[in-house]
Structures are given as C-alpha cells and as structure tokens.
Ligand binder design. Structure first.
Ligand code: ADP
Ligand code: MG
Length: 358
C-alpha cells in the first residue's frame, strides 16, 4: 500500500499545447493518502481516465511528477509500480478458464499454489462466479467478463493501490449495488488505497470517504459527501451533486443583503471579499421553504418523487426548484423562504466566504 502523490501535473495529448484549453489536465496537485477510499467524480471528458492512467503509468504526464511514498515513479512503467487497475470494459484472457484468469496475477508473482487456490476461491465467491470457475472466459457475457476483470484487480493483496475506472458500467443495475458494497467491505478488511472513478454521484457518495470532484481538467473540490452537499466550493459541484442540483440565482450584493431582481434576501454575513463579474446566490432545493410568506413565485410544474415532491417555479424570472414533503400543500399565492444557514454565495463560479465564518 502506498501514499500516491501527483505533483504539479499537467497533461496534453497535443504535441504543442498553447492555451489551457489544450490540456486534458490543466493543473493537478494532489495526495491520495495511504489506505484511503477515494472516488474521482466528474462528467465524461473531464480528465478522470487521464489522471488514473498517469497514476498507473500507462501515460506519462507532459509536466509534473508522480510519487509513491518517497519514490519518484514518473519514469517507471506500470509493471514497476505494483498497481492493480480495472478498466471500464472487460480485459480477459479468452482462452483461459475463469479460475486461471483470476489466478494469473498471483502465479505471475510466483505465489505458492495453495495460497493462489484459497485466494481465487474467495474472489470467485465474491463475484458470484463459483459455478463457472472451470469455463473458458470466451463465450461468457460482457457482465461476467467484467466481473472477471474486477476479480483480477482484487486478486493480489500486496498492491500499492487499486484503481477502478468506471468498472461497473457494463454490469446490470441490480448487481452493481452488491458489488459496490463488496468493494467497500474489502476496503475495510484490507485497507488498500482505492481510487474509484465514476460519473455517477450515487456511486461516488456510497463508495468513498473522500470524493474528489473534477471539472474540465481540474480538481474543483475534495471533501466528504456532506461537505460537497453543504458547501460546494464551485457552482459545478452544487449543480452536479444533488437531485435536483443547487439553485443558482443571479444576485447583486449590498452589504449583507442579496438582491434577486426586486426581492432581497438577508445573508448570514457580508462577503469578506467580493470580486467577479457573475455573482450568484446558491440554495439547495431541500432548503427552499414553500408557504405563504416570503418571496412570491409562480409554480410551473410539480414532480412526484416518492415521499417528496419537487416543485419547479419561477422567482423574479429565474427557474427555481424546491423539495417539499408529499403532503405539503401549495398555497394559492405561493411564496418561498430560503433557510439562511444554507445560503452559499458565488463569484464567477467560486464560493465566497461570508463574515462570521461562513
Ligand atoms: P474522462 O475519463 O473523464 O471521460 P478522459 O481523461 O478520457 O476523460 O479525457 C479527457 C480529455 O482528453 C477529453 O477531452 C478527451 O477527448 C481527451 N483525450 C482522452 N484520451 C485521448 C487521447 N488518447 N488522445 C487525444 N485526446 C484524448
Ligand atoms: Mg474515462
């Protein structure tokens, strides 16, 4: 196991990158602590796979260094890094049996056959392929093949880290949940450094203690699921995490008051420093209270989501969502109040601290 450090990494797939836009990773400086369970979360194309491949050594960064503990591994190939990597799509040896596929990384390292057998049986049980152990991988479904890939990644107990690149993409939804839970258990039992790439917030939030959110080639926030929910550092995090995401309303700030069109909202404190072209007030739909008091809105749509409802409305010309209990009534002249403890202020997409510690 190891502590993985990405030191001032930049990466471009172009021969002569000029502007920031030419970089798949603009600047990444980050430490994955030894034994941590991390999720790397972000939309397609934001640089997750690029970052993972730089860690595993499949890709050499244009700039910067990769360190495993105190060792600079930037110039070392994958084999020398002692890393297990599970890819988005199955990579299996078709002519080998399921059993031999799983045994391969262990036999490769000359692990005694009785130890191999014990480990392989354990993995077979975990991925639910005991019955098919003696079958050739060829002819199995994509689902089963991906389970083999996953199992192979977990086979060796002595790796520095295990990297998962959207490993459950081709797995059916029912099994996804079970496998994710098993990965989490495995992390608790063996304490490997694990980095799990996904574009799915539910996957990220259930798997990881720490979520690293990426957007357009940069890490925009690192935090616990609670921190990402309560204090999104960037509007992208506010919008990407949550369902629906955070409401973002253009505002003008005057002391500790935010003006939304003709309405004003009292902030818990004045912003410490405010500079930027675009100022927005952020409030999650969970903290918008709908009732007879506050700012008038017009409701455009009510969406039923089981025990709660999402109210889509218009406030001073801006779309806004509120989550209310199923039995919550919508008054004839609906108004909204924002819970002041959950207001966030943004200048050019980045969160601004307010006086009084918020
Ligand atoms: P993610 O895994 O988050 O979807 P990637 O790391 O695969 O993102 O891609 C980041 C950016 O780099 C994207 O704009 C993608 O088009 C580009 N890219 C990825 N791989 C290559 C490649 N081999 N050659 C050129 N561009 C690439
Ligand atoms: Mg990818």
């Amino acid at each position: 196991m190891a502590r993985l450090r990405l030191k001032d990494i930049r990466h471009s797939y172009m021969p002569n990158p000029a502007t920031d836009a030419d970089y798949a990773l603009k600047r990444v400086d980050h430490v994955f602590e030894d034994g941590g369970a991390y999720a790397l979360l972000g939309p397609s194309g934001c640089g997750k796979t690029t970052l993972l491949n730089i860690l595993s050594g499949l890709l050499r960064p244009s700039e910067g260094e990769v360190h495993f503990d105190t060792l600079d591994v930037t110039g070392l190939p994958t084999e020398a890094r002692n890393i297990a990597q599970v890819f988005q799509f199955p990579v299996v040896y078709d002519t080998m049996t399921v059993y031999d596929n799983l045994a391969f990384p262990l036999r490769n390292r000359r692990v005694p056959e009785d130890v191999v057998d014990r480990r392989v049986r354990e993995i077979l049980a975990m991925i639910g392929l005991e019955e098919r152990a003696k079958r050739r991988a060829q002819g199995l479904t994509a689902d089963d093949k991906q389970k083999i890939s996953l199992g192979r990644g977990l086979a060796r107990p002595d790796v520095s880290a295990i990297l998962f690149d959207e490993p459950l993409t081709v797995i059916d939804p029912h099994l996804k949940w079970a496998l994710r839970t098993q990965l989490k258990d495995l992390h608790r039992r063996f304490g490997h450094t694990m980095i799990y790439v996904t574009h799915d917030q539910t996957e990220a939030l259930t798997f990881a203690d720490t979520v690293v959110v990426m957007y357009e080639g940069e890490i925009v926030q690192i935090g616990t699921p609670e921190e990402l929910f309560e204090r999104p550092r960037h509007t992208f995090v506010g919008y990407f995490i949550g369902s629906p995401g955070m409401n973002l309303l253009p505002a003008r700030i005057d002391g500790n008051t935010a003006q939304l069109g003709g309405q004003s909202v009292a902030l818990p404190g004045a912003p410490r420093r405010l500079s930027g072209e675009r100022i927005e007030l952020g409030i999650r739909p969970e903290f918008v209270r709908l009732g007879r008091e506050g700012m008038p809105v017009s409701v455009s749509k009510v969406e039923d989501i089981g025990r709660r409802k999402i109210i889509h409305a218009n406030l001073e010309g801006e779309a806004i969502a509120a989550i209310v209990e199923e039995d919550g009534e919508i008054p004839a002249e609906p108004r909204v109040i924002f819970d002041p403890a959950h207001l966030n202020l943004y200048a050019d997409s980045w969160r601004v601290e307010l006086e009084g510690g918020r």
